[in-house]
Design a protein around this ligand. Structure first.
Ligand code: CDP
Length: 806
């Protein structure tokens, strides 16, 4: 070896593997406006579809007259439920085991529900003609309050299942009841409450919100009558699931359906499910013989496709008087809207809500969730969340603050006392989840020290005294949140969608010259997968990340996968990628041994090559081995260098974090200013620290939006009052606070590279942290539970209720 020979460390750095802040390769096209989104797709002869929608939240549809609309020049066809019935598609199955109207069939059940689909030569003609579809409605009493959904005189929402005593998730106790789902040990939890020194019980409400991606939901359907084949381009977070569900619904054989998800401009759960727009575009293409595009507008997106949350969580904690938690109970009413179209794994009608015991060592716990129907849009997706984990984290983190207040303990100190201790991992929660790894106390301690927690509390005390003396009208709130996520759905024993186990996959082909391609069943919507999967391969195989193409979103080329949502890509497909690499590496080792004329076991791996143990001058690089794989394999060995892995994870991963927010709240205007927000995350092994930071910035911004202003609000008549960005708060750079990010690293013991998911964490931890800060500002005045969203009006109202304006 001469001085010019790069060292192992230098060679490793060049690979841009795991741990490297590699720049996002996809940004080269995005920043130049060269992304390829669904709306960029233009096919010869393409038609455009648009919906006629219901102005009523609940009404009988007496008559639909399409004559005027059909007569508009440029209109090619108008589809109603009657048309869909001829192909048996007036209703479609939902991911949650319910059925959903594609177009209004006899009744409308929520405002803006799809009633007719107009197909025209251009989008504007379709939109104009959609307004000419004459619908005669007879308004019905409506209900948008989930807490009244099961009362004796509540309006019957689902006449189709009114008398059904059994739903997809067990017995139904009312005509507006979807399911009851329970977890934990009720008797043990009740006993803890009987024996408790101190208890709290609060209704903690997580309002209905919406993921609101910048790009709305859209598709292009092109049916080839000669081949009997359907090609569907769309904003799909889970392309293979769309193909399978599409085949089951349409009866088109699955091999004749090609689903392509091109670049996606944000998903956040909104683009997981199947929507009437997709079905109508497919049917329209079959009927007209031409490709049909459907693109949602903003109002349609906010008011009809996939909301999130809408959980009413009556949460109770039992504790000893010195502040040790002994029990947890939560009874939740979940508003599912008019159809149960929740995107959850089949066995979990309330998702992974039983992570509600959070990061604390609760000896006993029980949850019970009743899902109900209301006259609201269907959905219930994990908006930057892993299946209701966000709701659970919000409930427990608010409740922990309320209990600390009752115990007159500092909220951080109370948490520290109850956090699961490092030596307890793997830790089995009272709900049976096995938390893989964690070091919670270290994380919280680091967070508190970094922000100067003790000094902040002293400053707050002084501010409170000054406020009492009338010297200031500004209060100071310190929000603390400690969260544990459960991500990486998931182990097949726990998780399936419509019977398909929630594994995921990666297929890697190394080309003769040593570069390669990796195809996956996940689908990036902005997370930077093209960058990070290549980094895993770089470290595993010693091939520079720049020499690996990552391809997702084409069901014809990618191995079957369940898609990207709930931070599952790294825990599941990241693992599949590493495992596929290991198969390739094992073969490469045999080729190297053959070429170097040594036994396999005499070789050792060194960054990008196999070398002979004790004789490092004798080696074969991965580039040489790739070439050899195509012309010099050992006798009897199959040529080529590729592998596929389907990964069924043995467990979820449990990322965690400690967040602290410092906020100033003006009691006279209700306005609040985030002075400081510190987020410490632990997502195990970090693949790309820069992308992680970006994920956390984005997630915190969404958390800020949710906590401080987002709500999909309905008036008593079921009108959506927040269906545009004039009314629905989407934070921009102007409102967004500055984020301070930090980390600890506790690898997952069961993941091949020790990585846990991260994308959802900042939303899970961020929302309670903001909310706790607002609540903390008022806590010294005896206030316990100011509800989200904490916009100026609501905060002002909270101050008013406390008599602060007199
Ligand atoms: O499923 P989704 O991609 O939304 O979430 P994720 O698995 O948490 O990954 C989000 C992004 O962060 C991806 O580009 C990951 O590769 C990256 N990441 C990372 O660099 N290190 C981790 N330990 C986890 C995620």
């Amino acid at each position: 070896m001469n001085d010019m020979t790069p060292t192992s460390a230098e060679r490793a750095e060049k690979l841009q593997g795991m741990g490297c802040k590699r720049k996002r390769v996809e940004d080269i096209r995005f920043v130049q406006g060269k992304g390829n989104y669904v709306d960029d797709i233009k096919l010869p002869g393409m038609l455009y579809g648009d919906f006629t929608r219901s102005p009523h939240a609940h009404a009988r549809v007496k008559k639909i007259d399409t004559t005027k609309a059909a007569a508009v020049p440029g209109v090619v066809a108008v589809i109603t439920a009657e048309t869909l019935k001829t192909v048996n598609l007036a209703w479609m199955p939902t991911l949650a085991g319910d059925v959903q109207m594609v177009l209004a069939d006899g009744k409308v059940l929520f405002q803006n529900q799809e009633v007719a689909f107009v197909i025209a030569e251009d989008r504007y003609t379709a939109a104009d003609a959609a307004e000419l579809v004459a619908v005669e409605y007879e308004a019905l009493p409506c209900n948008v309050d989930p807490l009244k959904a099961m009362s004796a005189d509540a309006a019957v929402i689902r006449e189709d299942i009114k008398d059904k005593k059994e739903g997809a998730h067990g017995p139904r106790k009312h005509y507006n009841h979807v399911f009851n789902w329970q977890a934990g040990d009720k008797a043990k939890a009740d006993d803890a409450f009987t024996k408790a020194d101190v208890t709290i019980k609060e209704m903690i409400v997580y309002p209905r919100v919406h993921p609101c991606p910048l790009e709305t939901c859209q598709c292009v359907a092109s049916f080839d009558k000669i081949k009997g084949e359907l090609t569907l381009w769309g904003t799909f977070q889970a392309p293979h699931v769309i193909r399978t569900v599409g085949s089951l619904i349409s009866k088109i054989p699955e091999h004749k359906i090609h689903v392509i998800a091109p670049d996606i401009g944000g998903g956040f759960g909104n683009k997981v499910g199947a929507y009437p727009g997709y079905i109508c575009a497919i049917v329209a293409s079959i009927v007209t013989g031409r490709p049909v595009k459907w693109v949602e507008d903003r109002i349609e997106n906010l008011s009809t496709t996939a909301f999130a949350r809408d959980f009413y969580m009556e949460t109770e904690i039992a504790a000893t008087k010195d502040g040790k938690v002994t029990g947890l109970r939560c009874y939740t009413v979940a508003d599912h809207g008019a159809f149960d179209a929740c995107a959850n794994a089949t066995k979990w009608p309330a998702g992974l809500f039983s992570i509600i015991s959070g990061s604390y060592d609760f000896p006993a716990a029980h949850v019970s969730v009743d899902g109900v129907y209301t006259n609201k849009a269907p959905g219930g997706v994990a908006y930057r969340c892993s299946f209701r984990v966000t709701e659970a984290a919000y409930a427990i983190e608010r409740a922990m603050d309320i209990m600390a207040q009752k115990l007159k303990m500092d909220p951080a100190e109370f948490r520290m006392k109850n956090l699961i201790r490092r030596e307890q991992f793997p830790y089995t929660s009272a709900f049976g989840w096995v938390y893989d790894s964690g070091d919670y106390q270290t994380a919280l301690k680091k967070a508190m020290e970094t922000v100067g927690y003790k000094q902040l509390r002293e400053e707050q005390k002084k501010r409170q005294e000054a406020f009492k003396r009338g010297e200031t009208r500004e209060l100071m709130g310190i929000g603390v949140a400690f969260f544990t996520e459960i991500v990486g759905a998931g182990p097949s024993r726990n998780c399936d969608i419509l019977g398909i186990a929630m594994f995921d996959s990666a297929e890697i082909r190394i080309h003769p010259t040593g570069s390669g391609i990796c195809r996956l069943g996940t689908k990036s919507q902005g997370q930077g997968h093209e960058t990070t999967y290549a980094q895993i391969i770089a470290t595993e195989l010693g091939i520079a990340a720049d020499n690996i193409t990552v391809e997702e979103g084409n069901t014809d080329t990618a191995p079957y996968g369940l898609g990207t949502y709930g931070s599952r890509s790294t825990p599941v497909s990241g693992a599949a990628t590493a495992m596929a690499c290991r198969k390739i590496k094992a073969k490469a080792q045999m080729i190297a041994a053959y070429m170097l004329e040594v036994h396999d076991d005499d070789l050792e791996w060194d960054v990008d090559r196999f070398r002979v143990k004790g004789n490092p001058e004798r080696f074969k690089t991965m580039t040489e081995l790739a070439w050899a794989a195509y012309h010099e394999v050992p006798p009897g060995m199959e040529p080529g260098l590729e592998a596929i892995n389907y990964y069924d994870p043995p467990n979820f991963t449990y990322p965690f974090g400690a967040y602290i927010c410092v906020m100033d709240v003006d009691v006279d205007t209700g306005s609040s200013k985030v002075r400081r927000f510190y987020a410490l995350d632990d997502c195990g092994t970090r693949i790309n620290p820069m992308i992680i930071e970006g994920q956390i910035h984005g997630g915190l911004t969404e958390a800020f939006g949710i906590a401080m202003g987002q709500e999909i609000h309905y008036d008593e008549d079921g009108n959506v009052t927040t269906a545009s960005l004039m009314d629905y708060f989407l934070p921009t750079a102007v409102e967004t606070p500055k984020w301070e990010t930090d980390w600890t690293t506790t690898p997952s013991p069961h993941h091949p590279i020790g990585a846990k998911g991260v994308g959802e964490s900042p939303n899970v931890g961020g929302v309670p942290c903001f909310s706790n800060a607002v609540n903390d500002a008022f806590a010294f005045l005896g206030s316990t539970n100011i509800a989200m969203p904490h916009d100026n009006w609501r905060t002002w109202t909270a101050a008013e209720k406390l008599g602060l304006h007199r």
